[in-house]
Design a protein around this ligand. Sequence first.
Ligand SMILES: [Zn+2]
Length: 361
Amino acid sequence: MTVSKFASICTMGANASALEKEIGPEQFPVNEHYFGLVNFGNTCYCNSILQALYFCRPFRDKVLAYKSQPRKKESLLTCLADLFHSIATQKKKVGVIPPKKFITRLRKENELFDNYMQQDAHEFLNYLLNTIADILQEERKQEKQNGRLRNGDVDSEDNNSTPDPTWVHEIFQGTLTNETRCLTCETISSKDEDFLDLSVDVEQNTSITHCLRGFSNTETLCSEYKYYCEECRSKQEAHKRMKKLPMILALHLKRFKYMDQLHRYTKLSYRVVFPLELRLFNTSGDATNPDRMYDLVAVVVHCGSGPNRGHYIAIVKSHDFWLLFDDDIVEKIDAQAIEEFYGLTSDISKNSESRDFQSRD
Ligand SMILES: [Zn+2]
């Protein structure tokens, strides 16, 4: 144990200074820090998501702003804020940090993550974003209640109203509209649905755009039995369209698929090309900024053949270059090298799991 720890610290040191040299003192972004995260036993799913979120600037800024607020009782969010603050205030530009407090808190709060097994990075992202939103909403509720008590106003008027959106929603939340159109009487109806990320099915030798098109038309394919017009009972066609485009679009490629014949999940290592820039096509007529262009800012990649083994890494864009975070190791890579993570034309290994696009505006 001690020996391996010592050995890995040595590698980290060598790697860290190599990275600093490679970027060069003139090119190294002011006030930026590239810190690897120590793995506490299969915590690469967590480390890679944390790095992707750290380099998602609007998110990082909000977490650091939370840190500067008056001290709150410990939560997953205070632990995250401490970790981000610790990275952002390091004297050195590169190095390694143990996210120990965060991992301990995560294991304490959710039994799903309270073990040393490989976890699903997408599930963790989902859990983390929802937990932070819950914490923020709870705090706001408390503040309101305290305010009311101070004013001697005890009525609980908006106890049942939907909670206000938090900065998690401001950053990641988009709205889809499910539109159905009757093929006979042409009655159109629509229903809105909010999301923090989109999970799309993957197919071999395709692209993100193709997967999104499939996602948008899913309802049409299964509509034969599912959708009947309320007016005339005829068949309807249905689409999902983007009504409110999120600031950060988090896409999850569903590479882990349950195979009924095998009674287990297998991994789809299909090659799915994703561009460095993405414009959404399936926007609804009344969407604001339908032509909004997204820049790729982070990719979390699952390498390996199955859901219960393998390894997660994160590729992030920082200023004008790309960095690969593999737990405690940080490397600068060329943008072209990202192609290696599209997947495979035949099923062998490396693969992509989830990715974040940041809107330019
Ligand atoms: Zn009809």
